[in-house]
Write a new protein. Structure first.
Length: 86
């Protein structure tokens, strides 16, 4: 069974890969857990695209409304972990 720490690392890596694809100008060192996608330069379309791509890569079926109040990257990973455990 995968531990939460392993799952957090896996989902964080996927999130970082997707962010790099959508926002190629963002240095990997800026992908810090307390930052919001807006702080990385993602507009509303970018944010939706990032979340949708991560959901797809994880094979999840989660409504976009689950991500409305996500304050930062750490919280986004937490929501994705929770979605995967349902």
């Amino acid at each position: 069974m995968t531990t939460t720490l392993d799952e957090r690392g896996r989902i964080t890596a996927i999130l970082h890969e997707v962010i790099a694809e959508i926002l190629p100008g963002v240095p990997p060192t800026d992908l810090i857990g307390h930052k919001h996608l807006k702080e990385l330069g993602a507009d509303s379309v970018d944010r939706v695209e990032i979340i949708m791509m991560v959901i797809e890569r994880l094979g999840l079926h989660e409504p976009m409304s689950s991500f409305n109040a996500v304050p930062d990257l750490d919280a986004l990973v937490t929501v994705l972990i929770e979605a995967g455990s349902r």
